[in-house]
Design a protein around this ligand. Structure first.
Ligand code: ZN
Length: 337
């Protein structure tokens, strides 16, 4: 990654700080390992495509820098940001949908090529779960020959993503062929023999969506779910995030594709719920004690039962405190008025 792209990435949850995982290679391997290698249909340095069922695949991105085989520090300390976020391919007999538009055009192009290879069709539809750059900035890569998929976005996602891409000097700051996702009610995308439900949510940002299939039961959670990693709270509404995690933790017999980290089952979602509750307790205690967020974040420590959770950069902890303080401060004001 060039220095300029590196700086551009830093504003969003794609964050340059993924590179810091170079200092935790063992942790990185654990957090990003495939549960079952036999499901993997394609592997690149920056990610792998896993088959969930016929016509349904999950892309698991592995943007962290990898150490050399001899264990020495990686040649490129910033990792590979071709895709950064997770995604997926859902095929029906009339259309093929790709989840997310990824960090770089090359990532979107790669997914378009995989869709063609696996289903015989280039994507007809793309859904972005929220506006962060690692989920949107690669959208132009889906334009291959004469193929231009519909790009499904909420109004808020389109506005924020285009502003952010424009500010970072992207030559493709405007989406083409946009289809509007309803931000109050579910939107159904018809792929023929498969219907995809897009649910409006909030918590990671003020305008998130999840992508849900009934057969098989799969939910692409976007960044409402970071599996095994401290979530990025930079634009979060933390109590909404907790509410959604509770909802997921009661959703049985489902495969969960997080925004970052490996494919998950119910146990991982329940662990996430506990992790978020611990963050809430820690931040609320510090807030009540009148400790400044930044200072309190430095003292944050995971209890033994949550030790496995990966803090990929000290900054993500600080962002968690800042987000909770923002909400707690607003609650206090509400009560006063
Ligand atoms: Zn995000």
């Amino acid at each position: 990654m060039h220095r300029r792209q590196f700086i551009q990435a830093s504003g969003s949850c794609s964050a340059y700080v993924f590179g810091l995982a170079a200092f935790a290679p063992l942790m990185t391997r654990r957090v990003f390992a495939a549960q079952d290698d036999s499901n993997v249909v394609a592997t690149e340095l920056w990610g792998r495509l896993e088959k969930i069922q016929d016509g349904v695949w999950a892309l698991i991105s592995t943007p962290f820098a990898k150490p050399n085989p001899d264990g020495s520090p990686p040649d490129n300390p910033f990792g590979d940001y071709t895709t950064v976020c997770n995604g997926g391919i859902i095929a029906g007999d009339k259309g093929v949908l790709v989840v997310e538009a990824f960090m770089q055009d090359a990532g979107a192009r790669w997914m378009s090529d995989r869709a063609k290879q696996l289903t015989g069709k280039r994507p007809t539809d793309v859904v972005c779960t929220h506006y962060h750059r690692d989920h949107t900035a690669g959208h132009a890569g889906f334009a291959v020959d004469k193929n231009r998929p519909n790009i499904w976005l909420t109004d808020a996602t389109q506005k924020a993503a285009e502003t952010s891409m424009l500010e970072s000097g992207s030559v493709d700051a405007k989406f083409t062929q946009v289809k509007r996702l309803n931000s109050a009610n579910p939107t159904e995308i018809d792929l023929g023999n498969r219907k995809v439900k897009v649910m409006p949510r909030s918590g990671h940002t003020s305008s998130d969506v999840t992508i849900e299939l009934v057969d098989p039961k799969v939910i692409w959670c976007g960044d409402l779910f970071f599996n095994g990693m401290f979530p990025n709270y930079s634009d979060a509404i933390p109590s909404n995030l907790n509410d959604y995690a509770s909802e997921l933790a009661n959703t049985k017999d489902t495969t969960f594709v997080p925004g970052h980290g490996p494919v998950a089952g119910l146990d991982a979602v329940q662990s996430y719920q506990k992790f978020l509750a611990f963050v809430q307790d820690s931040t609320t205690d510090a807030f009540k004690a009148g400790k400044p967020a930044e200072e309190a974040a430095k003292e944050f420590k995971l209890p033994d039962k949550l030790k496995e959770w990966f803090i990929w950069n000290p900054d993500v902890v600080k962002r968690g405190y800042v987000a909770w303080y923002r909400e707690l401060e607003a609650d206090k004001k509400d009560k006063r008025n």
